[in-house]
Design a protein around this ligand. Structure first.
Ligand code: G1P
Length: 289
């Protein structure tokens, strides 16, 4: 049976980014650059590649740079145009008006609450969620691979990524059932389990395809781990009611919500760039000698 197409993606971007202060005092953490593009651009590009047509940003105060990024920059474009500069570099930042919607979360009380804030825009269709802190590198992209998996199994598909056991308390963790290639049946989900109690080392790195019923569950979801309204807790309620799988991602993942992960992403992606890769390689060799 053909599955309902995943047309809408939700990007929760209301978080305060306290781990990157003072850099994120006036600049949203999603606007921190990896090489020459803000983090949010990587997630948006991954969504578009996966066939997503509508973007919903769940924002908060102090996040207007994100809206400006996906808008026309008149002075810049005029000046560049008059100087004969190539404007194609800005193409990924431009969208048809109406294809991007901004919703304000008002208070940062949890990822589940942020997603619920997008309920009216999402409507009654399956939808994707991207946490832009997580930079996923693969060809085809992570979400495109997830959509292909979703087309086979339907229901809910979350990304899964294996981490060392001593990191399982930082993430949403999958309790795995039967395994079929990259698809793992999800039997349970737990948010930030105490070390030593995690049902596996398969964490959820911020990519989801969910059925709209999760919004109804979030409606009344109380606070969970960290006293926040957790998406993981709402998703756990869907298990047994709808198909629920994790898609094991085999590409590279950088946790850019963490300083080391962010530095690694910058280094690794810079090495891939034709114009600067060799310079960095030489620099690293000399530095690490
Ligand atoms: C959130 C989710 C968690 C997920 C993680 C990925 O946690 O709640 O399930 O594994 O993102 O980065 P946070 O990092 O916001 O604490």
């Amino acid at each position: 049976m053909a599955q309902a197409k995943v047309r809408t993606a939700v990007f929760p971007v209301g978080g305060l980014g306290t781990r990157f202060l003072p850099a994120t005092k006036a600049v949203p953490k999603e606007m921190l650059p990896v090489v020459d593009r803000p983090l949010i651009q990587y997630a948006v590009d991954e969504a578009i590649e996966a066939g997503i047509e509508r973007l919903v940003f769940v924002t908060g105060r102090g996040k207007s740079a994100i809206e400006d990024h996906f808008d026309i920059a008149y002075e810049l474009e005029q000046t560049m145009g008059s100087r004969g500069k190539d404007l194609s570099v800005l193409a990924p930042t431009r969208f048809t008006p109406g294809d991007i919607t901004y919703v304000r979360q008002q208070e940062p009380i949890g990822l589940g609450h942020a997603v619920w804030c997008a309920r009216h825009v999402v409507g009654n269709e399956p939808f994707a969620i991207f946490l832009p802190d997580e930079l996923m590198v693969a060809t085809p992209g992570c979400m495109a691979q997830m959509v292909a998996a979703y087309e086979k199994v339907g229901g809910n598909v979350v990304c899964g990524y294996e981490v060392p056991e001593d990191q399982t308390d930082k993430y949403g963790i999958v309790e795995p059932g039967s395994i079929d290639g990259e698809l793992v049946e999800v039997k349970g989900l737990v948010e930030k389990p105490k070390l030593g109690t995690a049902p596996s080392n398969l964490m959820i790195p911020g990519r989801y395809i969910l059925q709209p019923e999760v919004m109804r569950i979030l409606e009344t979801q109380g606070p969970g781990a960290g006293n926040e309204i957790q998406l993981t807790d709402a998703m756990a309620q869907l298990i047994g009611q709808q198909p629920f799988h994790a898609f094991k991602f085999g590409g590279e993942r950088y946790d850019c919500g963490d300083k080391a992960g962010f530095a690694q992403a910058n280094f690794a992606l810079s090495l891939e760039r034709e114009e600067i890769g060799e310079k960095l390689r030489e620099f690293a060799r000399a530095r690490l000698r």
